[in-house]
Design a protein around this ligand. Sequence first.
Ligand SMILES: C[S@@+](CC[C@H](N)C(=O)[O-])C[C@H]1O[C@@H](n2cnc3c(N)ncnc32)[C@H](O)[C@@H]1O
Length: 207
Amino acid sequence: MTRSHVPPAHLHWLTPVYDILCSAMGLGRDFRKDIVRRLGLTGRERLLDAGCGTAALLESLLEAHPGLDAAGADPDAMALAIASEKLDRKGPRPRLELAPMDRLPFEEAWFDVVVSTLALHHVPRRARESSLRECSRVLKPGGRLVVADLVVSGAGPARWLLNVLALLEDMETDEGLMALLRSAGFRGARSCGRWNSLVAFYEAVKG
Ligand SMILES: C[S@@+](CC[C@H](N)C(=O)[O-])C[C@H]1O[C@@H](n2cnc3c(N)ncnc32)[C@H](O)[C@@H]1O
């Protein structure tokens, strides 16, 4: 781990139990199944999970689409070690790279889809636009970016709850994230639903 990033569960020593914590917060298997369904893949795409953490989503994606040409990147060495071990048990392992989202070691226009779940709020604010630009760089023209993250949005008690959570997590607002997507060069950025009251989904296309 370098000091330049926030680990999956904020504290380095919690990384081995990160998957269990996610399940306890309602962000386990059903959440990942919902993302797999939303992605609507044919199984023949090249896909990158940016900020893949322990690769729980990559594992679900490969279960649903064994032929998927998948890769993951994350700056946390311990999370990637867990990811490697998990994916090694499943057959040929996708390429996993130790890298932050603003320095993805992949060729330009390589991926059909980039997905990023619960990671953008861990990226330092100053690096968010450049990270989204980097996601755009590695996407083919017309390629899709799908983001699921903790975002202050909606109205009423849910927004109030999210504002409280934003005291602990450096979350974007709905408006802020849409503006970032646009300034990073994506077109057709849209918010496309939620998972429970915490996580919001966004989709955009490389312009
Ligand atoms: C809450 S975890 C989410 C992990 C995984 N995507 C998931 O949905 O379970 C946040 C992840 O963002 C990663 N992260 C922190 N800073 C980052 C950065 N600058 N670029 C990419 N990922 C980053 C952390 O290492 C961690 O794995």
